[in-house]
Write a protein that binds this ligand. Sequence first.
Ligand SMILES: NC(=O)c1ccc[n+]([C@@H]2O[C@H](COP(=O)([O-])OP(=O)(O)OC[C@H]3O[C@@H](n4cnc5c(N)ncnc54)[C@H](OP(=O)(O)O)[C@@H]3O)[C@@H](O)[C@H]2O)c1
Length: 342
Amino acid sequence: MNENARIAVVGATGLVGREVLSALFDQGIASERVSALASERSEALELEYGEDTLEVEKTTPEAFRGVGVALLATPASASRSLAQVAQAAGAWVVDVSPAFRADGNVPLVLPSFNPEVLGAAFKGRIISLPSAVSTALVSVLAPLHKSFGVVRAQVTAMMGVSSAGVGGVSELEKQTAGLLSGREPEPQTFPHRVGFNLVPQVGAFLANSPWTEEEAGWTLEAARLFGARGDTPVIAGTAVQVPTFHGHGLSLHVQLKAAVPVEQARAALKASSALKVLDAPAEKVYPMPMLVTADPTVHVGRLRTFPQAPEWLTLFAAVDNAGRGAALNLVEAGLKLLQRPA
Ligand SMILES: NC(=O)c1ccc[n+]([C@@H]2O[C@H](COP(=O)([O-])OP(=O)(O)OC[C@H]3O[C@@H](n4cnc5c(N)ncnc54)[C@H](OP(=O)(O)O)[C@@H]3O)[C@@H](O)[C@H]2O)c1
């Protein structure tokens, strides 16, 4: 494959798509190589690309002609068909939506965890990426699992409204302004008011199940990623929509195969290039969503155990959901696919 091939960013006007453009620019990709695609609604809109601007094109089959890799940052319903269209046009496809995460025929890749898949043989030309919470979970658990063995992990993910894209961000803006003026808002994107509230539901509930799609996704994606290498830690938890804009916070309880001193666990986390350890509670240093924006690492800290159950490690993590948890995975996987032979 030509390493100078064109790159189509589909969903370029969205929250993740704009981050993808900025990451491609940071990688030194010339604007001439990038197509910004979105729905008909955004046709001819102009988007910033460094000093240049890109004109948004409607996503049609012709728009994929001559494209080496298509980076899909679109809703799952759109990704399902657009991935096939881009693949039929001969492009590699990387999709960040939930559309293919459970599809055993489509490799699930977290570039910092299993990049070897991107150079290996697989059926078709589509790659699926895990969710932002799974990106953080697997990044934190991988070094612990490798060094000590993780039996299970329980997580509470506190998810900022940007998890629901530009619509989520504008809903919290409007709700907050309305509530401060004494008006009770009508929820649209979220099932309840999220302004000055916590909603223990992110996405829809699975049919006949007490678990949401978001929560079930963590268990399934961890099983696919760790499972390919042997035993899989059991991961389960609760997704909570919180009234912050950007970044997710994760409270984690991790059961290790045996008791491990906190210093050893901290050293294992520090050795991972995917992580930044912020763990000096006496100096008020710990992960927070406000610190993680535009940071390519997942932040982790507040490490502790308690004597009654010393094999359980408690910690807190934060991830830039649209950046590290989506756009950077798209760009890293996409650029690697372009290095494959045609
Ligand atoms: N936000 C996050 O933190 C995050 C993290 C991980 C994964 N994801 C996944 O990333 C995807 C994008 O999320 P987002 O937060 O960026 O959403 P968003 O802000 O709502 O953006 C959606 C984008 O998709 C485009 N689009 C919608 N339907 C389309 C169609 N039929 N053809 C072409 N383009 C279409 C929209 O174009 P218009 O502007 O023209 O409507 C827009 O550019 C979703 O699948 C989401 O699950 C998001």
